[in-house]
Design a protein around this ligand. Sequence first.
Ligand code: 9UX
Length: 68
Amino acid sequence: MEQTTLKIDGMTCGHCKSAVTTALKELEGVSGVEVNLEEGTATVSYDDSSVSVSAMNEAVEEQGYDIK
Ligand code: 9UX
């Protein structure tokens, strides 16, 4: 199990948090997501044999947010 923290621009309310959380959890291999709105981060627990950080970045960007 690996863990990474994505830095995400543009998340300001609770709906942002749930949109990003849901998008990341839909990825095969992601087992946990914790979004911190104040810091603009999402900490993701994942299996690196199933999912890549770039796939996570794409999933977040598809929701309309920018990865720093
Ligand atoms: Mo809330 Mo997030 O109105 O893009 S959904 S700021």
